[in-house]
Design a protein around this ligand. Sequence first.
Ligand code: FA5
Length: 346
Amino acid sequence: MSSDATSDVGTQVEAARLAALAQIASATDAAMVTKIGSELAGKKSVLNTLRASLGKIQDAEARKVAGQLINESVQQVEAALQQRTAEFLVQERAAQVASESLDLTEYVTTNRRGHSHIVTQAMQRLEDVFIGLGFQVAEGPEVETDFYNFEALNMPRTHPARSEFDTMFIEPFSSEHEANTVLLRTHTSPVQIRVMQSWEPPIYAIMPGRVFRRDTPDATHMPVFHQIEGLVIDRDITFAHLAGIIESFTKAFFGNEFTSRLRPSFFPFTEPSAEFDIKRSNGDWIELGGCGMVHPNVLRAGGIDPDEYTGFAFGFGIDRMAKERHNVEDIREMYTNDLRFLRQFS
Ligand code: FA5
């Protein structure tokens, strides 16, 4: 066959090569490239079937050239298939990584500053108010002895007032203590004794802290709650000083629309004793704590001469103060650790 046959085969190879490359270029994903791969470069592909027409070329040299042209074209198509597949794999991997990536900036944009718990805030505010009135802050242990929690506070073993404090006892740590004499303090009043024993009068002290009672939780009670104790020991201290401090404190802590009253009551460690109530101008009276003039027996237990010094003491429930200040319905809400509730008080 003539050079016509040669150029005919050459034209067809060139057309098949270009068509294959165009098809590869227009593939839209790796799966499609795989699918068209065998059609374009496999045994039954147009290019390979053109090998059958090589026999029509009589000139050996021309046949060889045409055969090489087919080989080169098949190689080119195979290379284009490989390259296209690699491109798609890179693209698909990038898309997968992008879709699976975690947008950590979300944490940054929604991050908030934490804040103290509503009861801690109340405690800090109470400290601020009393420090402003000239008081110093003292602390005592949560695990106490019978002596500090009861005995020194004028409640000897058989005193009926002990039953008002539903006490949690602790196994003594050492033989130094008898059974049923180590306990979780039921109030902050034992710190009064510790302060009197270690400070010289005049004493103007507040003693905040956690206290424990076997109380069933309800809207106004928790088995673990907080109190702030106050103690003033000086010369010529009278009940009028106590009433004055309580009213100043009420206005400073709760605001000017609140007022306080003292109602006669009984505590073994104070005489006379009173209950301290507060009221918002349009609300009901709420009991916040007890107070009174320090009993002479308590002064003696603290090493202070009752003929030389007098004093007053008070003990308020901090949780109830926080509850009233923020109009919280139920004291238990403050301890469920529900962030939606707690975040209201930042
Ligand atoms: C006392 O604990 C006396 N130590 C207070 C005191 C101190 C009187 C100094 C005189 C001189 P009482 O048991 O009433 O008193 O408790 C005082 C306050 O603690 C209560 O008025 C109340 O506000 C709060 N409180 C008592 N029990 C609970 C409880 N279970 N949960 C939350 N708050 C309580």
